[in-house]
Design a protein around this ligand. Structure first.
Ligand code: ADP
Ligand code: MG
Length: 264
């Protein structure tokens, strides 16, 4: 494979403080899509719900070590990571235990830099790290943003879509200014898109008007196969590679590889 020696991983957060907007689906399918096009990928699950872990075929209930231990520095990523055999990437898994980390971290030093520091020793082993953030702008999300080069924002083309972005964009600005000067919005990803709905077309156009090149070309359609895949412990791109949803995520993965090259 033609990659320069010692290329260090590029780190991306999938974030949006709203729940149910497609963060986890995007994280899992991007990880699997990137693996399919030859990238070495680590998926980090920063959500105590552990949906990205389960959707990668890793049982969150049987994790002996997880991201919780990594954030509290009682384990390293090398010790805590699992392999998603079905997805072809590594997983730093999460489960309910992680909900407690939020409280336990508050009093500790470097509380927002824990993930960044933990990733440091494995950065040479991966091309891309994808982080699934919880639906909040919490200390966990802050750890993600402090680790990342870029943020991927999945969004539905609904009426209040742009307004919903304000808090996230402000948080990203603040983190950029105070904690992580590398951080930028890599792009907005339109998900669960239905082109037959006029309103969605309009909001999509609005988004492009507002954010221009920051809107990814790839568009993820509403596709039931993507919603079914997690119950089989598989990313959609593996579960039904021919489905429209899987094809769109593969296209998105290729687009990400191209954007990463531009960053380098
Ligand atoms: P979040 O992580 O932001 O809470 P999820 O990725 O869990 O969002 O998605 C919320 C729900 O929508 C899940 O049930 C998921 O299966 C479903 N879903 C996500 N993307 C799609 C899509 N493109 N088509 C159909 N269903 C989707
Ligand atoms: Mg989620």
């Amino acid at each position: 494979m033609d990659r320069p020696p010692m290329q260090r991983a590029r780190v991306f957060c999938v974030a949006n403080q709203k729940g149910g907007v497609g963060k986890t689906t995007t994280t899992v399918n991007l990880a699997a899509g990137l693996a399919r096009v030859g990238q070495r990928v680590l998926l980090v699950d920063l959500d105590p719900q552990g949906n990205a872990t389960m959707g990668s075929g890793v049982d969150k209930r049987s994790l002996s070590l997880s991201i919780y231990d990594v954030l509290l520095e009682t384990a390293t990523i090398v010790e805590a990571r699992q392999r998603s055999e079905v997805g072809g990437y590594d997983v730093l898994g999460a489960n309910r235990e992680l909900a407690g980390a939020e409280v336990e971290l508050v009093g500790l030093e470097r509380r927002d830099q824990r993930l960044r520091q933990a990733l440091e020793p494995v950065a040479d082993e991966y091309d891309i790290v994808v982080i699934d953030c919880p639906p909040s702008l919490s200390l966990l999300t802050l750890n993600g943003l402090c680790s990342a080069h870029g943020v991927i924002v999945p969004m539905q083309c609904e009426y209040f879509a742009l307004e919903g972005l304000t808090d996230l964009v402000n948080t990203i600005r603040q983190v950029h200014a105070n904690l992580n000067p590398e951080l930028q919005i890599i792009g907005l990803l339109r998900v669960m898109y239905d082109p037959r709905i006029t309103l969605q077309q309009q909001v999509s156009e609005q988004l492009k008007g507002h954010f221009g090149d920051k809107v990814f070309d790839a568009v993820i359609p509403r596709n039931v196969r993507l919603a079914e895949a997690p119950s089989y412990g598989q990313p959609g791109v593996v579960f039904d590679p021919a489905s429209k949803g899987a094809q769109a995520y593969l296209e998105f993965a290729r687009e990400m590889v191209a954007r990463v090259k531009q960053l380098a």
